[in-house]
Design a protein around this ligand. Structure first.
Ligand SMILES: C[S@@+](CC[C@H](N)C(=O)[O-])C[C@H]1O[C@@H](n2cnc3c(N)ncnc32)[C@H](O)[C@@H]1O
Length: 235
């Protein structure tokens, strides 16, 4: 795990032997499960350390303290939620994933890693966000590679408590994407707080973190029914 260790040290994070072993187990189980069920195209030992584990950990640049209640929307094989939980074990974590076979992997890997305080929610974000158990209940919401920002605002901000934040990793030039998303972010009760450049050993390719702040309650009509936020983004 040298690539991960090196990148994390730039973030001021060092891992205990238990955490290191958890990352090794996560790597092995991911590659094994992936040979039967397609979870990720990234399978090399170094690539997984950088593009999955360190990329997930880079969200710490947004000032994660470790006492957050975190929901990861469209978590797939657990990114970025699970690496953050390994690094910050005190966090409460929800992993929201609509695809059943991916949600099954999330349940299995969570048990194998011996993590507690993790809930797997196998639903679409549009449906789960109307459930009072989840609506506006999280202080931190993450989502990587799920949708463009206008759609993502509608899929994430409704889960966020007022005063909480959404952190979304993005890559490349996002100016136009952010312009298109301005109205959706406002309608969900959010505002853009900051955009943080990610520059870590092995991840120097224009990655950034979009940070949204939740400043007022989301109106009950949002998110719209399943599929609408992607099909017809709010403008
Ligand atoms: C490209 S994958 C990214 C997975 C992971 N976040 C990552 O970065 O590796 C997108 C994931 O989001 C899930 N997803 C897409 N739309 C969703 C929705 N509306 N509600 C819940 N999950 C959704 C998909 O099932 C898929 O697993």
């Amino acid at each position: 795990m040298n690539k991960l260790i090196c990148g994390l040290s730039s973030l001021g994070i060092s891992l205990s032997s238990v955490q290191l072993e958890q990352f090794e187990t996560y790597y092995r189980e991911l590659v094994d499960y992936n040979s039967r069920v397609n979870l990720t195209a990234i399978t090399g030992y170094e690539d997984i350390q950088l593009k999955h584990f360190l990329d997930s950990a880079s969200l710490a640049l947004a000032g994660i303290k470790g006492d957050e209640k975190l929901l990861d929307v469209g978590s797939g094989a657990g990114f970025p939620g699970l690496p953050l939980k390994i690094i910050f074990p005190g966090m409460k974590l929800g992993l929201l994933e609509a695809t059943q076979k991916k949600a099954r992997f999330l349940s299995e890997i969570t048990a194998k890693l011996g993590l507690t305080g993790v809930e797997i929610i196998s639903q679409r974000a549009e449906d789960a966000a109307q459930n009072p158990l989840y609506r506006q209940k999280y202080t931190l919401v993450t989502s990587r590679a799920v949708a463009d920002m206008a759609t993502l605002a509608e899929l994430t901000l409704p889960f966020c408590a007022v005063g909480g934040r959404v952190v979304a990793p993005k890559k490349g030039d996002i100016e136009e994407e952010m312009d298109r998303a301005a109205s959706a972010i406002k309608k969900m009760g959010g505002r853009v707080s900051e955009i943080i450049k990610v520059d870590l050993p092995g991840l120097q390719d224009g990655r950034k973190l979009v940070v949204l702040e939740k400043i007022s309650n989301t109106l009950s009509q949002y998110p719209r029914r399943a599929g609408m936020p992607a099909k017809n983004p709010l403008i």
